[in-house]
Design a protein around this ligand. Structure first.
Ligand SMILES: Cc1cc2nc3c(=O)[nH]c(=O)nc-3n(C[C@H](O)[C@H](O)[C@H](O)COP(=O)(O)OP(=O)(O)OC[C@H]3O[C@@H](n4cnc5c(N)ncnc54)[C@H](O)[C@@H]3O)c2cc1C
Length: 414
């Protein structure tokens, strides 16, 4: 009899865990509290460290179909528009053995869902896992509808940045608002003037803010994200999260907010004042902009944040991060792959040992990526002499500064 694993959360981390564990011979059940398996948001970038795993799971053709391989990564000064440095992304296949891909998040989620279905993973909607009880012979799950299940050899917590299950298991508090917000929009490239159409990933770096855009949906759409160090008026917030009112928390968690176009413009024009004319044109494009608060935790401090008894924590539940290295979903997929490598299928007695190996193999890498994302934020948002030094460094060292071999060359599970 194959071992049964309960996965709480059907986002990118939960579905990736289901695929990886099903591959390794487990019998996964995914419980998602939402009424449907779907993904909000816009674009996602996947480095070769991630596409390598999707290929290993047999998704190479699906990834080719749903993904787009951008030409280059460009670093530009937000004010002057100068291209400070450029790295070929098309070369990723040659340098790292797998491609650098951009895609719509719903397409990535759909790809993982299809893989899970093809492995006969049990998928339940409207099923909120309220509590996990780790016992010597297995994990008991209590659901919000009052039902209890006892027959799981292992559980995986993949309930995202606002993880209530983590709170229960580790008791280390809620994620906190970072003071950074993202405005996201999708634009049809055909609606843009020729000067704004692009096949590249571009980062425009300015004081306390940056803008990233890249093609998705076969290159026909542009995913645009403006990242600002700003606190919207709706939220009472200070450095001490305790001053945030319950209503404030509620509004943070439910944001995939659409403001009026005028409100969005007011915030963006203020934060990105003095931006290069091309960027100005892009921001002024009249589309549906969505606001997203960036919440997180300090970088991981130890293996205990990844596994406790027979329960693994993965994805944003374990290590939410600023999106400034574009690797949050990537690390969730790496977690899933490593978990499947480390936890044996039929020797029930070894599950806890396997989880310990998984946790030890993952936490330092995730902490390093979290640290690097914070550092990237400081570099992207630099002002004064730091900005001058950044621009000089990029002009001189170019691609050597932008490539990240320790990140992209990593082979999860090896
Ligand atoms: C602006 C922005 C840009 C980004 N860009 C990139 C990028 O380019 N590349 C990249 O790799 N990453 C990127 N990320 C990060 C990435 O989106 C996240 O790291 C990733 O989506 C996390 O997936 P997850 O499955 O852990 O969490 P989630 O996507 O939050 O999924 C959690 C799921 O669990 C469900 N759930 C919650 N509680 C329960 C419960 N008790 N029981 C059952 N179900 C439950 C939720 O409904 C949800 O479906 C970006 C993030 C942001 C904000």
């Amino acid at each position: 009899m194959t071992n049964a694993v309960l996965i709480a959360g059907g986002g990118i981390a939960g579905l990736a865990a289901a695929v990886g564990l099903a591959h390794a011979g487990w019998r996964p059940t995914v419980c998602e509290r939402a009424p449907a398996f779907s993904e909000v948001g816009a674009g996602v970038q996947l480095g070769p460290n991630v596409t390598r795993i999707l290929h290993a799971w047999g998704a190479e053709a699906a990834l080719d179909l749903a993904g787009f391989q951008p030409e280059r990564l460009l670093a530009r000064d937000l004010h002057s528009g100068e291209v400070l440095a450029s790295l070929s992304l098309k070369d990723a296949q040659h340098r790292y053995g797998s491609p650098y891909v951009t895609m719509h998040r719903a397409a990535l989620h759909g790809l993982l869902l299809q893989l899970a279905q093809s492995h006969n993973v049990m998928l339940h909607n409207n099923q909120q896992v309220q509590k996990l009880h780790d016992q010597t012979n297995g994990v008991t799950a209590h659901y919000s509808n009052g039902v209890t299940h006892t027959s799981h050899d292992m559980a995986v917590v993949a309930d995202g940045v606002w993880s209530q299950l983590r709170l229960q298991l580790l008791g280390d508090g809620e994620a906190t608002f970072t003071g950074h917000i993202a405005y996201r929009a999708l634009m049809a490239q055909t609606d843009l003037p020729a000067t704004l159409r692009t096949q590249d990933v571009t980062v425009w770096m300015g004081p306390n803010a940056h803008v990233v855009h890249y093609p998705v949906r076969g290159g026909e759409w542009l995913n645009v994200v403006c990242l600002l160090e700003a606190v919207p008026a709706e939220v009472e917030w200070s450095e001490h999260q305790n001053t945030l009112t319950p209503e404030g928390w509620q509004s943070l968690q439910s944001w995939n907010t659409q403001q009026t176009f005028a409100q969005t413009q007011q915030s963006l024009q203020h934060a990105l004042r003095g931006a290069h004319s091309h960027l100005q044109q892009l921001i002024e494009h009249e589309v549906d902009w969505r606001l997203w608060p960036l919440c997180g935790r300090p970088p991981m401090r130890g293996a205990h944040e990844h596994a406790i008894g027979r329960v693994a924590l993965i994805g944003d539940a374990a290590h939410p991060m600023l999106p400034y290295l574009a690797q949050g979903a990537g690390m969730a997929i790496e977690d899933a792959f490593e978990l499947a490598q480390q936890v044996p299928t039929n020797a029930t007695a070894d599950v806890q040992q396997g989880l310990l190996r998984f946790a030890k193999a993952r936490w330092q890498r995730n902490a390093r990526v979290q640290h690097r994302a914070i550092r990237n934020g400081n570099i992207f948002h630099a002002q004064g002499p730091l900005r001058f030094a950044r621009n000089m460094g990029l002009r001189v060292l170019g691609a050597r500064l932008m490539d990240v071999p320790w990140l992209y060359g990593y082979n999860a599970g090896k």
